[in-house]
Design a protein around this ligand. Structure first.
Ligand SMILES: C[C@H](N)C(=O)N[C@@H](Cc1c[nH]cn1)C(=O)O
Ligand SMILES: [Zn+2]
Ligand SMILES: [Zn+2]
Length: 481
């Protein structure tokens, strides 16, 4: 696609010049362990929200609001646990300009050095030789969230006007199901978000490690827990082993019926809900620039279940998957503790795709789990429940916003981006589209091997800096579209 280039070189140069400050800003953000899934760290999530308020204020944002969302709904250990606030802010209110809402999240996944990190997860470490920044949240999603703020700083220092009005909406519960955000969007659709023309999200990754992408689809995520209760307390396996029904044995039996070793979900009724793959759609997979070898390198193994890029991508984007995540209450330390856990909670999630209905899926999951447990004729008790769910999202990428992002990407990276889908989930995406009645664009900053949710999460410095240029350039091209 040929297009008329905008004179953005001064902006790009300013972003290069501000690199040390941008890295330092990310360092301060990563140092706050804002893990939404750990109730004991909730004050840190709130602190991270306050950090953003301070930064927004210093940059000249107006109408900054800290929206409280009330208490966290069950299941939760502390019934009075407050949800972290959603942070809103505006930069510009000109009626002559378009308004872009940028959404991002300031919470992160849990991380501990003992999990195998080479560095402290909540200390941003700049590996100068590789020019890589390591730290939890560097790519998911603190780097991209700060990217938008960095763009404003660069404009301020150049004395440039921002070409659009910007509205920011940053939440602290994305990694835990975006609880309370749907209702906030509903309430603010005709209030704070009234003038929004476009929602843009930077919270996913390139498909590989060298080619930028723009993303038009996400899978959804329904997260469940199975609670098995047995004896009144943890017991000595020498004294009680062989005499009582063990909760862990029941749980493992039930969990092993959910998915087979080929990754195929064993719960009846789910595959019938998947939208059929059309020939036209099938052909799209041939065009995508993607290397199975690079994928294996990102996974750090040769354990991939699929050999062709087409199959692999379909299983990542287009078909549902079920992952077993862990067992709360089970012995997991080093050594050889001879305990029979009294209560264990198995966690698993299903990534959903069109046209899987969330409520119907819950029903199928509950029926399956209860039926499998009944087969065991165990005297223990079992309860299965949904912890949170989030919708899948697929859009039409042929609009002004995707075109603007493509131009900015070409300016910065010198290459036409691929249009991709994402296997992960951003639960709120569909709500923005439907409740505000606008298009949504996903404009990723990091690479496919960044290790989001994993150990040694990273963001390459060129991705951070060029990512800021791309976000800034995008706003300029979108303003002119
Ligand atoms: C893609 C995004 N950066 C992300 O990591 N999303 C999470 C959202 C989620 C859903 N349930 C729990 N977390 C993900 O895809 O796991
Ligand atoms: Zn994220
Ligand atoms: Zn994440």
């Amino acid at each position: 696609m040929s297009y008329e280039k905008l004179p953005l070189e001064p902006l790009f140069q300013k972003i290069d010049e501000l690199k040390p400050q941008f890295i330092e800003r990310l360092e301060r953000a990563v140092a706050i362990p804002s893990v939404s899934g750990d109730e004991t760290l909730r004050p840190q999530v709130v602190k991270m929200g306050e950090f953003l308020i301070t930064e927004l204020t210093a940059l000249g944002f107006t109408d900054i609001q800290r929206k409280e969302l009330g208490t966290q709904p069950p299941p939760v250990a502390d019934a009075n646990l407050q949800l972290p606030p959603v942070i809103l802010g505006r930069f510009g209110t000109s009626p002559e300009k378009k308004t872009v809402l940028v959404y991002g999240h300031y919470d992160v996944q849990p991380a501990a050095k003992e999990d195998g990190w080479a560095t402290e997860p909540f200390t941003l470490v700049h590996d100068q030789a590789k020019d890589i920044l390591y730290g939890r949240g560097s790519t998911d999603d603190k780097g991209p969230v700060l990217g938008w703020l960095n763009v404003i700083q660069a404009h301020n220092e150049l004395g440039w006007e921002l070409p659009v009005n910007l509205v920011v909406c940053f939440e602290g519960m994305e990694e835990s199901g975006s609880l309370g955000l749907d209702e906030l969007i509903e309430r603010e659709a005709k209030e704070y978000f009234a003038k929004v023309d476009q929602v843009t999200i930077s919270d996913n990754y390139w498909l590989g490690t060298s080619k930028p992408v723009l993303t038009y689809g996400l899978r959804g995520c329904n997260y469940y827990q199975i609670i098995v209760n047995g004896p009144g307390a943890d017991l000595h396996s020498g004294v009680f082993g062989g005499t009582i029904a063990e909760p862990m044995t029941d749980l493992i039996k039930v969990m092993s019926t959910l998915v087979n070793s080929d990754g195929l979900i064993q719960i009846e009724g789910i595959k019938e809900m998947i939208a059929p793959l059309t020939d036209k759609e099938n052909a799209l997979y041939d065009e995508i620039d993607f290397s199975v070898d690079e994928f294996n390198a990102a996974a750090g193994s040769e354990t991939c279940l699929h050999t062709t890029k087409q199959d692999l991508l379909k299983h990542r984007w287009r078909f549902p998957s079920l992952s077993l995540h862990g067992i709360e209450g089970a012995f997991s330390g080093t050594g050889a503790k001879t305990v029979i856990p009294a209560k264990v909670i198995g966690k698993f999630s299903i990534r959903t795709v069109p046209n899987i209905e969330s409520a119907k899926l819950d029903q199928l999951v509950f029926q399956h789990v209860e039926a499998e447990f009944a087969k065991l004729k165990s005297p223990n008790t079992l309860k299965v429940e949904l912890i949170h769910d989030g919708n899948y999202w697929v859009s039409n990428p042929f609009n002004d916003s995707f075109t603007a992002a493509s131009k900015a990407t070409q300016d910065v990276w010198g290459i036409v981006p691929d249009f991709t889908r994402e296997g992960g989930s951003i639960p709120i995406t569909l709500s923005f589209e439907q409740k505000l009645g606008v298009d949504v664009l996903l404009l990723p900053m990091g690479r496919g091997d960044d290790g989001a949710h994993s150990i040694n999460e990273k963001l390459d410095v060129p991705n951070y800096i060029n990512g800021c240029k791309t976000l800034g350039g995008y706003l300029h091209y979108y303003a002119k579209a």
